[in-house]
Design a protein around this ligand. Structure first.
Ligand code: SF4
Length: 325
């Protein structure tokens, strides 16, 4: 079996922050807690969870924009956490990220040409003429004409700005792109266009995606597999089909029950979760979901459930699947 392109093992991220009166008390925020997964070349893994579950921290740790507190990250056989800074700088050319709001990620003072050419100027020795050709072809790849070379971000619609951000991310021919809520700020019709564009780019370029979102319905058509996160842990991971056809974790079931379905007459029982995701500074004991789980049992308050395979390639962390339960 080929080595996966990306392999994350037991990743943890703990922040220290000052709390209490006059900031005298040190407080630990456990943003990631034992996160493990692997991702093959050309695959898409969807990472799904509510705000505060650790999805964006995970993305930043993978690109080493944050230093994880523990665990390992291997990319194409290299241990990213052991790479010297210069090695990581070179590696980042192969690993790009596209953010939720293109208007905050694109410098408003730069034109389309300057925005897309910036990585080429930093990392290659291309002449201005070569860069102009390359930028025009990158813009064409994302469905924008040459006229967008002279447009500034304030002259773009949300979809056009996200296409420009994608062209910029593609400039150095990456293998892997982290898409952090790339469609959340867009209208529904534009979301579908961007998802179709991403699928086309993946087919043509053999790209590998980590697609982060709070909305399960967005990742349904683009993901090969989906990992559901809750308070810094992956609670369920399996194929995209199995998540939608046969969700096992009560949290996944609740997320799915609030996902819109194409047929409004379809019978779906909605589970409304009480409250929000608890603070990572003060996580509940045992299974962190027990404060909101409609099926919580006594053991859930005392012990965190181990991950178990309930089917081939379908792992769940929930006491409902303990052998004795
Ligand atoms: Fe609910 Fe218990 Fe399963 Fe956690 S372990 S999801 S609280 S049933």
């Amino acid at each position: 079996m080929p080595e996966p392109l990306l392999r994350v093992d037991d990743l943890s991220m703990v922040y220290q922050r000052r709390a209490g009166l006059l900031g005298r008390r040190a407080q630990q925020i456990r943003a990631l807690n034992g996160v493990s997964f692997s991702l093959g070349a050309g695959e898409t893994l969807g990472i799904v969870g509510e705000s505060g579950c650790g999805k964006s921290t995970l993305a930043r740790c993978i690109l080493r924009l944050l230093r994880p507190s523990g665990g390992r990250i291997r990319f194409d056989g290299d241990d990213l956490l052991a790479l010297p800074d210069e090695g990581m700088r070179v590696m980042r050319q192969r690993m790009q990220m596209v953010l939720q709001n293109p208007f905050s990620s694109l410098n408003p003072r730069l034109s389309g040409f300057e925005l897309v050419a910036e990585p080429l100027r930093t990392h290659t020795a291309m002449s201005r003429m070569e860069m102009a050709d390359r930028v025009a072809s990158l813009l064409a790849e994302v469905g924008l004409g040459v006229e967008f070379m002279s447009r500034h971000p304030h002259q773009l619609s949300g979809g056009q700005a996200q296409r420009t951000a994608l062209a910029r991310a593609l400039a150095l021919n990456p293998d892997f792109i982290i898409l952090d809520e790339p469609t959340s700020a867009l209208d529904v019709s534009v979301q579908a266009q961007i998802i179709n564009l991403l699928l086309g780019l993946q087919r043509q370029r053999g790209l590998t995606y980590l697609f982060i979102t709070h909305d399960l319905s967005v990742v349904q058509h683009i993901s090969d597999r989906i990992a559901v996160m809750y308070l810094g842990k992956i609670v369920e991971e399996t194929s995209s089909e199995a998540i939608f056809a046969n969700p096992q974790h009560p949290y996944t079931q609740a997320l799915l029950s609030s996902t819109p379905v194409p047929d409004p007459a379809a019978d779906r029982q909605r589970t409304i979760l009480p409250g929000a995701v608890p603070s990572a500074a003060n996580p509940p004991s045992g299974c962190a979901f027990h404060t909101r789980c409609p099926q919580a049992m006594d053991i859930c308050r005392a012990q965190y459930p181990a991950a178990r395979f309930v089917a081939r390639s379908h792992r769940v962390s929930c006491h409902l699947y303990d052998e004795s339960a």
